[in-house]
Design a protein around this ligand. Structure first.
Ligand SMILES: NC(=O)c1ccc[n+]([C@@H]2O[C@H](COP(=O)([O-])OP(=O)(O)OC[C@H]3O[C@@H](n4cnc5c(N)ncnc54)[C@H](O)[C@@H]3O)[C@@H](O)[C@H]2O)c1
Length: 337
């Protein structure tokens, strides 16, 4: 019988793609999601528990019923701007949610966890590309809630033997090219879906925040990593934890997940135009407070330790999958309804 893996936030964007890849790898994903931002249609690869992470009694029942060998922890609120105006919401959901989950894992003897962390734990880069050893100075409560979660996992490792991996994603993008899964956030704040939907005429012109950065074309540069590559990294992290390589000396490890190649906002808009044959309507605006000019990952550690390498290294190919999803897939259906 295949192992059950509890996937918190499995009805969301990255979690649902990961459930598909888990099932393909022979695991049985059990999704736990409160559907605040997730979608019932995205839960297609195993049982579904509709529950809030902070509801300890329901968590206990899920651990009793499914006896997962590991937890992949995606569930979180993800809006950086909102975390600044409503920090309590983020500390409660993301930090206290992680704590509730860790205590349930401890009490049910579940000793392996892979966590969706973020490059937001670093704050403003002092050097690029960002390595895992870069000092951590998160600039908003969202980033702090991720850093706090990582710290809790390390402490639970020392005290209770938890073995864990923190995957620090850069900018997730793209969709499953086989269809049926893709990015569908409401509100949407990510550049690629906003640009694609603006090109489709589903949104007003895109506002570009800042064109006077010290970057090659003046617009901000980010490291876009395909959602299926992130999903594969979770399987690699699970196998790493199963192999026993995480031990008392190193119970909790962190890995950057990016391509190591930055793409500027202007390059993304040009790629959307190239893929779609339509210009992306946009206006140039001022910089947004707190946005670093450039965030690019050094992801060699994930390759060395987990054997992970992104299959998608060209932002144009990532955007092609996003375009197909929004233009012909579920995204288009939802936008029309
Ligand atoms: N999308 C990115 O570019 C990116 C980058 C870095 C890190 N991350 C992290 O990856 C994870 C997944 O991101 P995503 O883009 O798929 O987000 P998403 O909003 O699509 O998915 C998150 C899911 O968690 C669920 N959820 C939230 N709080 C919950 C709770 N208390 N109980 C149960 N379910 C809850 C939501 O309903 C949603 O389905 C998040 O932890 C996010 O912080 C994402």
């Amino acid at each position: 019988m295949s192992e059950n893996i509890l996937v918190t936030g499995g009805a969301g964007y990255i979690g649902s793609h990961t459930c598909k890849v888990l099932a393909q790898a022979g695991y049985s994903p059990v999704t736990l999601d409160n559907l605040v931002y997730g979608h019932p249609w995205a839960v297609r690869f195993g049982p579904f528990v509709q529950a809030d992470l902070l509801d300890r009694a329901t968590l206990d029942r899920a651990f009793d019923e499914y006896r997962p060998s590991a937890v992949l922890h995606f569930a979180a609120f993800t809006y950086v701007g909102e975390s600044v105006t409503d920090p309590g919401k983020y500390y409660r959901n993301n930090a206290a949610g992680t704590l509730t989950l860790l205590e349930a894992m401890r009490d049910h003897g579940c000793g392996r966890m892979v966590f969706s962390s973020s490059c937001a734990v670093y704050g403003l880069p002092q050097a690029l590309p960002l390595t895992e050893g870069h000092p951590q100075a998160p600039m908003n409560p969202y980033g702090v809630s991720k850093a706090m979660s990582e710290r809790m996992m390390a402490d639970f490792g020392l005290a209770h033997g938890l073995r864990s991996v923190c995957l620090r994603y850069f900018n997730a993008a793209g969709a499953d090219p086989e269809g049926g899964l893709g990015e569908d956030h409401d509100p949407e704040t990510h550049l690629i879906p906003l640009a694609v939907e603006a090109a489709l005429g589903k949104r007003p012109p895109l506002q570009v925040f800042g064109s006077d950065y010290h970057t090659p074309d003046g617009t901000a540069v980010r490291d876009y990593v395909h959602v299926l590559d992130l999903a594969q990294a979770h399987v690699a992290a699970l196998r790493y934890l199963e192999s026993g390589e995480a031990n008392d000396a190193s119970p909790c490890s962190a890995f950057n997940l990016g391509t190591g190649r930055g793409a500027s906002v202007a390059e993304v808009l040009a790629a959307v135009a190239a893929v779609s044959g339509r210009a992306v309507p946009h206006t140039m605006g001022p910089r947004r407070a707190g946005d670093p000019p450039m965030l690019v990952a050094q992801a060699e550690l994930a390759e060395k330790v987990l054997g992970w390498r992104p299959a998608y290294t060209d932002v144009l190919e990532i955007i092609r999958t996003a375009w197909d999803w929004h233009a012909t897939g579920r995204g288009a259906v939802l936008l029309d309804s």
